[in-house]
Design a protein around this ligand. Sequence first.
Ligand SMILES: Nc1ncnc2c1ncn2[C@@H]1O[C@H](COP(=O)(O)OP(=O)(O)OP(=O)(O)O)[C@@H](O)[C@H]1O
Length: 304
Amino acid sequence: MTTTTPADAPAPGSGPAPGEVVLDASGVTMRFGGLTAVRNVNLDVHAGEIVGLIGPNGAGKTTFFNCLTGLYIPTEGTVRYKGTVLPHRSHLVTQAGIARTFQNIRLFANMTVLENVLVGRHTRTHEGLFSALIRGPRFRRAEQESEERAMELLRFTGLQDKREHLARNLPYGEQRKLEIARALASEPGLLLLDEPTAGMTAVETTATRELVLAVREQGTAVLVIEHDMRFIFNLCDRVAVLVQGEKLVEGTPETVQRDERVVAAYLGTPFEGEPGEAEAAEVQAAEEADTPGAQHGQQEGKTD
Ligand SMILES: Nc1ncnc2c1ncn2[C@@H]1O[C@H](COP(=O)(O)OP(=O)(O)OP(=O)(O)O)[C@@H](O)[C@H]1O
């Protein structure tokens, strides 16, 4: 298992002042014909925060992410990043400072690990076509800087030894890490993760938690969708619950997991996980059994 510590973390790109509102989604509504998938949702994320977004299947979580990242134009509402209203184009949203990963992995399967991260850097490189064609000194310098930064991110995610491997040959957990490395390559102030631990073993889930904490340490706020409640409640500073497109509750993990409406609508029974304890036991058992290559239940391919 690769551990990621804040000491490995690269310098923040445009690290915002602590506490600054990085994301301000206000009155976001998304209708598909007669179906209102997201209804009047308000959500803030501050610098230095890890915020969780949970809710039953079909609650509108991914649709809300799509509204934040320019994939969908919300029927109503506005989304601001550091005070500026975001355009409805995903590459412009990335350029503004929001990066994301997807529920179903979207890597360039036949490109190497390093190339995948370099693709993620394109919003931060400014060399024009002419410069690229003649491969002048400026272009080569930019290319070298990009590669150095990409290697930093591969070290950060523990993938440095796999730089020349084809993405499709990586184990599932490492493909997920590569997605995060690629998203970080655009130097985001906010990272959106859509079910980052889906199909992972307990060991991989713990590594993902460490990685997300390290991402926060290096100055990127995180908004994460996840069905694994132990992961969410042990990781997040704040959790928002969507049910049938509406925000039902928002608060600290302690508040949310004890809220009767959340228990009734989603959790079923109150969440009993002692922070870290059960997780640690699972990880230890898995390590003792030496089964990091256990089967992964890959998510069904789903259109986001
Ligand atoms: N492009 C679309 N066109 C029509 N309906 C859509 C579209 N995208 C999502 N929906 C519908 O919107 C609702 C919310 O779906 P969404 O995928 O956002 O839920 P979710 O909370 O992310 O669910 P899950 O946890 O299963 O991923 C669902 O009823 C879904 O069928």
